[in-house]
Write a protein that binds this ligand. Structure first.
Ligand SMILES: [Zn+2]
Ligand SMILES: [Zn+2]
Length: 366
């Protein structure tokens, strides 16, 4: 079942549109208006459930992001496939409706609510991530409407308490052997009525806009690192605290240096002569400059050397400590030989009377 379809609204519908559509449909299919009509009753439950999820920003986001995790794998409400029968399973039967809505209404609509947590990616160059940087990022947020100060009522007017439910947001109806408690139809469970909606936010009390937030990225930031900025997420509702902002760093790959924890790994080509005779070589350093590495005579292909403190600052500890630079040497075999080189190598082969595969065959066994 698609909850947006169930309420007859589009995926980007505002809270106000959702509430309006809910109220219209709930009136039409309410059991009081359709006594003994099982289809209307099922439809009513479907509408109730869709409203319960979509009117709650937190649940709505979970639903938008991944219906499967939202419903769980055991749930009957697999998106798309479920029909009316499944809805009552999902809600745990008709008798529990009041319980479910009662709880949802009490905790998410009637009381102060913390604003939503937001996650935003920030792209960083290799050097900015290495050295740290202060940058500004655009954060899409829902904020309290400035025109009506978040009340949703046009300036000069105020929302008034719903006369139908007395501000409770819930209505109880005697359905014979059990009492059915549902969100108030008059106010959509809000407990208050806005007679002249604010023109800027349409009565929602909230507006979407992009807010510039200054973010300090610590030196040594890694790709995928999450920086939490408390209180810079979505605005709270009814005076609740703002949510948090999570900034996820996306660091561009360097053509030469590969990050491994707080270390960098660099592949460095060395000649056969350097590896065999030993040498002092210059190696590029992350962030600029070079470091010297001493290769001992007889250095093997793939051998790693550690240059202490030439890695990334340990961003998490903020202690000034740094990781290491791991230098991995690769012995380069000449693709073409000049005549003199060929002669020298042939002389070497002759002088070095050695079978390099002797060990291999020994290990295989006879
Ligand atoms: Zn009401
Ligand atoms: Zn407004």
């Amino acid at each position: 079942m698609d909850l947006y379809k169930a309420l007859g609204v589009s995926k980007d519908a505002s809270q106000e549109e959702i509430r309006r559509s809910y109220r219209r449909l709930a009136r039409k299919y309410h059991p009081d208006a359709n006594p003994g009509d099982k289809k209307a009753e099922d439809r009513f439950k479907e509408i109730q459930h869709a409203y319960e999820v979509l009117s709650n920003p937190e649940k709505r986001r979970e639903y938008d992001e991944g219906p499967r995790t939202f419903f769980g794998t055991q749930g009957a409400g697999q998106p798309g496939g479920a029909g009316f029968e499944d809805i009552s399973d999902l809600l745990g039967g008709f008798g529990n409706l009041g319980d479910i809505f009662g709880r949802a209404t009490n905790t998410t609509q009637r009381t102060q609510t913390k604003g939503e947590n937001l996650t935003v990616n920030v792209r960083l160059s290799f050097n900015d991530a290495l050295n740290g940087v202060t940058t500004r990022i655009g954060v899409p947020v829902e904020e309290a409407c400035g025109e009506c100060r978040g009340t949703g009522a046009a300036p000069g007017t105020a929302p008034r308490t719903c006369p139908e439910c007395g501000g409770r947001g819930m209505q109880s109806r005697d359905q014979g052997f059990f009492a059915l408690s549902t969100p108030c139809l008059r106010c959509g469970g809000e407990g208050r009525i806005i007679e002249k909606p604010c023109k800027v936010c349409g009565g929602n009390g909230r507006v979407r806009r992009s807010r510039q937030v200054k973010v300090r990225i610590p030196a040594g930031a890694r790709d995928g690192m999450k920086v939490r900025i408390p209180g810079r997420g979505g605005a709270g509702r009814r005076g609740g605290p703002a949510g948090d902002l999570y900034v996820v760093t996306r660091v561009e790959e360097h053509p030469v240096f590969r990050r491994r924890g707080d270390d960098f790994v660099v592949e460095v080509p060395v000649s056969f002569a350097e590896a065999a005779l030993g040498a002092q070589i210059e190696v590029p350093r992350p962030g600029g400059g070079t470091v010297r590495v001493k290769l001992p005579a007889g250095t093997q292909d793939g051998k790693q050397f550690k240059v202490r403190g030439a890695g990334a600052p340990k961003a998490k500890k903020n202690s000034g400590e740094k990781g290491d630079l791991i230098v991995r040497v690769g012995v380069v075999v000449p693709k073409k030989l000049k005549r003199r080189e060929r002669e020298i190598l042939e002389a070497l082969a002759e002088a070095r009377d050695e079978d390099v595969r002797e060990d291999l065959f020994k290990k295989v066994g006879s």
